[in-house]
Design a protein around this ligand. Structure first.
Ligand SMILES: [Zn+2]
Length: 72
């Protein structure tokens, strides 16, 4: 399953850090961040609890860039 989320982040470098953090989160198969569009596309693993996974993605992203936000 793939979903797209609106994000808030201050620069392309931080967007890249968010992408790496999201990719490492359990339940995420793949993630890409588009800084120009301020979007994060997440592909979830089969049977993943999307809401729970996204909470963890946000937590992981906040760790690398405390000013970022993901809207879900
Ligand atoms: Zn930044």
């Amino acid at each position: 399953m793939k979903k797209s989320y609106k994000i808030e982040v201050d620069c392309a470098n931080c967007a890249n850090k968010m992408e790496l953090a999201a990719k490492k989160t359990e339940g995420v198969k793949d993630a890409t961040v588009n800084f120009m569009a301020l979007k994060m596309n997440v592909e979830f693993e089969e049977g993943a609890d999307v809401k729970a996974v996204m909470q963890n993605v946000l937590k992981a992203c906040k760790k690398v860039e405390s000013d970022c936000e993901i809207f879900f």
